[in-house]
Design a protein around this ligand. Sequence first.
Ligand code: FES
Length: 86
Amino acid sequence: DSKEFFVVRDAGGLFAVSAICTHSGCTNEPNGNEFFCPCHGATFALDGSKPTSPAHSALKHYAMCVDASGNVTVNTAMTVPTATRY
Ligand code: FES
């Protein structure tokens, strides 16, 4: 079970979104303002939402923290609601 992820910043803050395509588990790639799965062509918004066929579910978000020095730690053992920002 791969734990690859992207750390993304939007207007609300930082979040960690899984890089693993929800169709068959390939690794998504950043592609402009979306993620693209090279295996069968699904795309996702940068927050993991809006999956296109053949993926039908959004990407998971992982718990993370940012310490006082700005170091980011991601906990891939814990998922969080997709609206969570850090
Ligand atoms: Fe990503 Fe099939 S594994 S579209």
